[in-house]
Write a protein that binds this ligand. Structure first.
Ligand code: ATP
Length: 367
């Protein structure tokens, strides 16, 4: 359906001085394949590259290097027009904030007809009929067809975004925090609408969210990102305790309601800056399990054994019908309980702050 192979995105930004340019390593060596009909959740702290990965998948961000394929075709080897057509027909995107992602000057009808016009779909009458169909699909009354987005409620605006994303009948929807800008009261409605449409239309979905509990609930597979790297891909059904990467375990342990009532796994210090990621494993500076080897190399992907026992090679086992893969020199032993892990991390933290921590001016605080 869609695939990233060794995708890197490096931004160039202003540094401290007038002529300084800094590199921001937003995405590093991302490998990800989305199968038809599956839902892949993306989790990780703020700034880890979730939105960048989403934008790469829908062609809004050109990778610095690597291959992005949609329906088997390398989209960045196409002409701009071919790419627009190919991605537009294959992937739809839903953004976080419909009040900024929708054209404020267009009434709903025009917003929904616009992709059909741009891609030259059908006759004028067929496009108008498709607009009506899309509105019905997302539960918008016909009475709002001629109103501007500003005259709609937040929930209705997001319904328009969803309808627009579906206009060209894509097989994959990328939803980047689709409910976080909405009132709490309508979040569940919009999420349920998305899930219902996904089922009814047989869509694949990439679901980016800070709401880890929801990601676990709606996804088949959960991708954990840290400082621009995909560090683990876990079948949702084995989360949280089935995950093997220390960062996934720590991230989930900080989510209320998922674990037994214990303190979160303690991590050391703040996230390093994406302008100067640590050598080797980017998580090593905060990991209670880090040793010298973690500073030397980023571990290759390793498949988790389906029986929860010993691990196989990179193309080996699976877990719960979904591939389970992690990149860690010192994975958490399968079956380690939450309380045991917290105790281990607490005991290890003072003794092992990790080799070669970056200088303090290399790190930025996170909220
Ligand atoms: N256009 C840009 N120019 C420079 N740096 C950028 C740009 N876009 C993103 N970044 C940086 O790239 C890194 C990844 O950003 P990204 O928005 O993908 O993270 P994220 O995980 O989606 O964050 P959040 O959860 O806060 O939305 C961050 O360090 C961010 O500051």
């Amino acid at each position: 359906m869609a695939e990233l192979r060794d995708v890197h995105v490096v931004h160039r930004t202003r540094g401290g001085g007038m002529f300084d340019r800094e590199r921001v390593y937003a995405l590093t060596g991302a490998d990800l394949a989305i199968a038809p009909g599956e839902t892949v959740g993306i989790v990780g702290e703020s700034g880890c590259g979730k939105s960048t990965l989403a934008k790469v998948l829908v062609g809004l961000q050109q990778p610095t290097s690597g291959v992005v394929s949609v329906a088997g075709h390398d989209v960045w080897s196409m002409s701009a027009a071919e790419r627009r057509e190919h991605i537009g027909a294959g992937v739809g995107m839903i953004f976080q904030d419909p009040s900024t992602s929708l054209n404020r000057r267009m009434p709903v009808r025009d917003i929904l007809r616009d992709p059909l016009d741009v891609h030259g779909r059908g006759t004028r009458a067929e496009r108008e009929a498709r607009v009506e169909e899309l509105m019905a699909l997302v539960g918008l009354p016909r009475s709002v067809a001629d109103v501007l987005p500003s005259q709609l409620s937040g929930g209705q605006r997001q319904r328009v975004s969803i309808a627009r994303a579906l206009a060209l009948e894509p097989r994959l929807i990328v939803a980047d925090e689709p409910t976080s800008a909405l009132d709490v009261s309508v979040r569940a409605q919009i999420l349920n609408l998305l899930l219902d449409l996904k089922e009814r239309l047989g869509l694949a979905m990439v679901f980016v969210s800070h709401d880890i509990q929801t990601v676990k609930r709606v996804s088949d597979r959960v991708v954990t990102m840290y400082l621009g790297r995909i560090v683990e891909q876990t079948p949702a059904e084995v989360l949280p305790t089935g995950s093997r990467h220390p960062y996934t375990r720590a991230l989930f342990s900080a989510t209320p309601g998922l674990l037994s009532p214990i303190d979160p796994i303690p991590l050391i210090g703040p996230v390093p800056s994406a302008t100067r990621p640590p050598s080797g494993c980017p998580f090593r500076t905060r990991c209670w399990k880090a040793t010298e080897v973690c500073a030397e190399s980023m571990p290759e992907p390793q498949a988790a054994a389906s029986d929860g026992g010993s691990d196989g090679g990179s193309d080996g086992g699976s877990d719960g019908g979904q591939a389970h893969e992690f990149r860690c020199h010192h994975p958490v032993p399968a079956g380690t309980g939450d309380a045991e892990l917290v105790a281990l991390a607490r005991a290890a933290t003072p003794k092992n702050p990790g080799p070669e921590r970056p200088a303090t001016d290399d790190v930025e605080e996170t909220a």
